[in-house]
Design a protein around this ligand. Structure first.
Ligand SMILES: *Cc1c(COP(=O)(O)O)cnc(C)c1O
Length: 548
């Protein structure tokens, strides 16, 4: 049975063995992506004005005359320029960029106040409105795309940007980002070079493939392969492999978009070699195998080993394309990494005879978002020459990050230490328990008797649609602040700078040390202390919560 149709299933195991009830609520990570269908962008919905998007700025009650009392209340609203003159707003507006947003921030706050008063809410003082304007200005002026602390334990968290890059990759990006580069220039000859050459030799080396190329993501890689090798013809796929990944990548849809025709064979749980063989005809362009990255079919099942599919393809002169998805390049090393053995490796797939293998750059490979096609030189050459290649090509920042990441794989054992995704997945249970105890001790020191901090065994997830059935044991740090609902605590942490994303379960907030990067501990303790202090102060003043 397919377990999950999405990339980030909620943690399946309650963090505490004593957790009661079957309704272990999905953690924060699960809420983003709709595990169990209960999700959706709840924060976005909550942040909208009652009138819905687009109506927020319009004065309420357009259709009817407000009561006289309400009109009275509106008259005492301060003017925009008065809010702008407040020292707190001035201080925020003095930051670079912020001045441009100041008037907009004041208008938003006044619009909200107008609505609040029309609905009979308690008027806020000019001082409160000015402070709200300063907070809104801070929010408007800060970058939208910015770092967060991932305490969810989901290593490849798609909503949080999948793989954090290795220091070497970050340095390579910085090196070429603000300067001219050898992107398509060969300094040896002074002539034109190919942007693909920066990673081509490395990809050949680390995968064992004859040739390879890179596009924007694996969806693009699969699309390119199908469009170039199979448009107008038939592609045979097992019904058990018609996967959907991350909501927007569905094998049947990508196939249709590429112009190839899907020929489904077998059933959901069983597909035999004879099913493929019977479907082969004059229109067949290739045989496609898709790794069921984010679910497993278990029980009464049969699937065709890649070797057998390759032998069949050879007999009929048909290429076999293997979409392995996650891009595991090296055999697992280290105690904690044993779970990776369940994932197909790129090298293994090529060794089994796949003519082309496609995979992501930012899943288990641990690099930037990219899609890689590796395999037979004549087929890769056809892809490279096709006009679609121009539309799907990567930019210099991606290529710099990918080249630097691939270099780390020249020393496979070193890759497990230096590629963050691999390092996180290979952390041992003991190491994680020690990290959890250290974090708990710091939180207790910082929070004193304002909060309760506990430790519990739990599980992390590989995420990103990889290894759904592998439990990654960890130790979780739980936080409870008496008198503060856990949802308010989570919201305050998400609103902090940097935002901290954690799991909610059994009315506690849980932090998984597995996905904390070096230095995150300290930031997390500061963020938690600030959030708890803010909530306790706001509670003492009888406010609903912090300004969003
Ligand atoms: C993740 C995945 C994709 C899509 O890859 P992106 O890099 O997200 O575009 C395609 N196929 C499989 C099997 C995958 O696991």
């Amino acid at each position: 049975m397919p377990q999950q149709g999405d990339e980030q299933p909620a943690p399946r195991t309650p963090p505490s063995p004593g957790a009661s009830g079957p309704a272990a609520r999905p953690a924060r990570a699960g809420q983003h992506t709709g595990a169990g269908g209960a999700a959706g962008p709840q924060d976005a919905a909550a942040a909208q004005a009652p009138g819905g998007p687009g109506k927020a700025a319009a004065p309420a009650g357009g259709g009817h005359r407000p009561a006289r009392a309400a009109a009275q209340r509106l008259r005492s609203l301060p003017a925009v320029h008065r809010l702008l003159a407040h020292p707190a707003v001035q201080q925020e507006a003095a930051r670079p960029v912020a001045a441009a947003w100041a008037t907009e921030a004041a208008r938003q706050v006044l619009d909200e106040e107008r609505r609040r008063r029309l609905e009979g809410g308690e008027p806020r003082t000019p001082e409160q409105l000015a402070l709200a304007t300063a907070a809104r200005l801070r929010a408007l002026a800060r970058p939208s795309l910015r770092r967060v602390i991932n305490a969810t334990g989901v290593v490849l968290h798609t909503n949080l940007g999948r793989a954090p890059l290795a220091a070497e990759a970050v340095a390579a990006v910085a090196d070429v980002a603000g300067a001219y580069s050898t992107l398509e220039y060969d300094p040896a000859t002074g002539g034109r070079g190919s942007r693909l050459d920066h990673v081509r030799h490395l990809l050949r080396r680390v995968t064992g493939a004859e040739d390879a190329l890179v596009v924007n993501n694996n969806a693009a890689a699969v699309f390119l392969v199908l469009a170039v090798l199979a448009a107008g013809r038939e592609v045979i796929v097992s019904r058990g492999q018609l996967v959907e990944i991350g909501g927007s990548f569905r094998i049947p849809e990508i196939l249709a978009a590429s112009g190839a025709r899907l020929v489904e064979v077998g059933t959901t749980n069983k597909t035999r070699l004879s099913d493929y063989e019977a479907a082969i005809g004059p229109e067949t362009a290739l045989l496609l195998r898709v790794h069921t990255s984010n679910y497993r079919i278990v029980g009464f099942t049969a699937s065709v080993p890649l070797e057998d599919l390759v032998a069949l393809g050879r007999r009929h002169g048909l290429p076999v394309v293997d979409d392995v998805g996650s891009g595991l390049l090296v055999p697992p090393a280290g105690d904690g990494a044993r779970g990776l053995a369940a994932e197909p490796s790129v090298r293994g797939s090529l060794a089994a005879g796949a003519d082309l293998v496609t995979f992501s750059g930012d899943k288990l490979l641990g690099g930037p978002q990219a899609g890689i096609v590796a395999g037979r030189a004549d087929l890769v050459a056809r892809l490279r020459r096709h006009p679609l290649m121009r539309a799907l090509r990567c930019d210099k920042l991606v290529l710099a990050a990918l080249e630097a990441t691939l270099r780390l794989y020249l020393d496979p054992a070193g890759a497990f230490r230096r590629v963050p995704v691999l390092a996180m997945l290979s952390r041992s249970g003991d190491e994680l328990a020690r990290a959890a105890r250290r974090l708990a001790a710091r939180l207790r020191r910082a929070l004193g008797d304002r909060a309760r901090v506990v430790l519990a065994p739990g599980h992390s997830q590989a995420g990103g649609g990889s290894l759904p059935e592998v439990p990654w044991p960890t130790t979780l740090v739980g936080l409870e602040v008496p008198g503060i609902p856990v949802s308010a605590l989570a919201a305050a942490l998400r609103a902090g700078e940097p935002p901290v994303v954690a799991r909610i379960q059994d009315d506690l907030l849980w932090f998984d040390p597995r996905t904390l990067l070096p230095g995150d501990d300290r930031l997390l303790v500061t963020a938690v202390t600030r959030a708890v202090d803010g909530l306790i102060t706001a509670g003492a003043q009888g406010e609903a919560g912090p300004e969003p």
